[in-house]
Design a protein around this ligand. Structure first.
Ligand code: SF4
Length: 367
């Protein structure tokens, strides 16, 4: 039986933090970035974990540190190498921001990475959350973190109404997260808070009976845990239909690099792709695209398949055709004919990688 909200214990950050840390010591997951105090490695893990599941990140994190073991190694890498290492993880602007940030850090701080949140806030692409996470975990800085997990836990613990992404509640959450850094190592408190949100205080059906704060949580006491946080409704998914061409010449296939400022998949390598209103327009749109954009005259032949992909609110469906060339002029500078080996070395978005794998496995030639 739950007590009423009125009879709950009054908030006492020191006691709440002690309960939280005791729980964390027993229940934390042994994640690879928890075995290090290297600020560079922690920074990489924090950026990878934004909008990506822990289980997906682990392999990427380990391969990344083998490929770019230090901030200097990353700063010296090419954007193509960095995007290649990131491919499949999605939200590629994160990889470009890491590269830009690494170059800034090496230029401004050499190999001695900064120890304060204020200095990290000057790093391109680093916001208050990342600055707090890196400096609290690596250096013990008393800097709070508020991400989606922390926001949810605190809104429930204190039964806070309102939109937590907007003022005044957004600022209040930072203040409450900071108040919890009253005892223990700040990096542990921050990680414990995030761990609680990730494994116990989940968005749906929180496991309140396993929670160290179950006797102090106001939302749980009122039987209203899932009422918080009061987030606005998500925008409805937008359907996007694309036609995509697998154009071959001998054993090579045509790939084109997106512009640096492209809204989607910037700087990555794609099969020629064009957005259409509906699937019946696909083949004609591809013929037009090949001619106008690549100087190639050809026709769509067989359908290789339908590939689906989701990113943020977009639900993308690609209708993929093999295309036969009738005539070719000189290719544009950002397009090239790639062998199967070269294809493996380029950074392709996950859905185009799946198309490449299918084409490679088929051993198909259309010329
Ligand atoms: Fe979340 Fe339940 Fe714990 Fe409250 S008691 S913080 S709702 S898991």
């Amino acid at each position: 039986m739950t007590k009423s909200a009125a009879t709950r214990a009054r908030p006492s950050p020191a006691h709440e933090t002690e309960l939280l840390l005791a729980w964390y010591r027993r229940h934390q997951r042994p994640l690879p970035w928890r075995q290090t105090k290297d600020p560079y490695a922690i920074w990489v893990s924090e950026v990878m974990l934004q909008q990506t599941q822990v289980a997906t990140v682990i392999g990427y994190y380990q391969r990344w540190l083998e490929r770019f073991p230090t901030v200097t190694a990353l700063a010296q890498a090419s954007e193509d190498d960095v995007l290649h290492a990131w491919q499949g993880l999605g939200y590629y602007s994160r990889a470009r921001r890491l590269l830009e940030g690494a170059r800034y850090l090496v230029r401004e701080h050499r190999n001695e990475l900064p120890r304060t949140p204020a200095a990290w806030l000057d790093v391109p692409g680093v916001g208050r959350y990342t600055a707090g996470a890196v400096t609290s975990i690596a250096f013990g800085a008393k800097a709070p973190v508020v991400d989606g997990n922390v926001m949810r836990v605190l809104c429930r613990l204190y039964a806070l109404p309102g939109n937590p992404q907007k003022a005044p509640l957004a600022q209040e959450l930072w203040r409450l997260a900071e108040a919890l850094l009253v005892t223990g190592a700040p990096g542990d408190v921050n990680q414990a808070l995030m761990e609680l949100g990730a494994t116990v205080c989940q968005p749906k059906a929180p496991k309140c009976s396993s929670c160290p704060w179950s006797s102090r949580c106001r939302a749980h006491a009122a039987g209203e845990a899932e009422r918080y946080p009061e987030l606005p409704d998500r925008p409805k998914p937008t359907q996007v239909i694309m036609a995509c061409a697998v154009v071959t010449r001998g054993e090579r296939v045509l790939l084109a690099q997106q512009a640096e400022d492209a809204a989607r998949w910037a700087s990555m390598w794609l099969f020629p792709t064009v957005e259409v209103r509906a699937e019946p327009e696909a083949t004609a749109a591809l013929v037009r695209e090949l001619e106008e954009r690549y100087g190639l005259r050809g026709r769509a032949e067989t359908k290789l398949g339908v590939f689906k992909h989701s990113v943020t609110r977009y639900r993308i469906t690609l209708h993929v055709y093999t295309c036969r060339l009738d005539a070719a002029r000189r290719l544009r500078a950002n397009a090239r004919w790639c062998s199967r080996d070269e294809l493996r070395e380029l950074a392709l978005p996950a859905v185009h990688r799946r198309i490449a794998d299918q084409w490679s496995a088929s051993g198909a030639r259309s010329e």
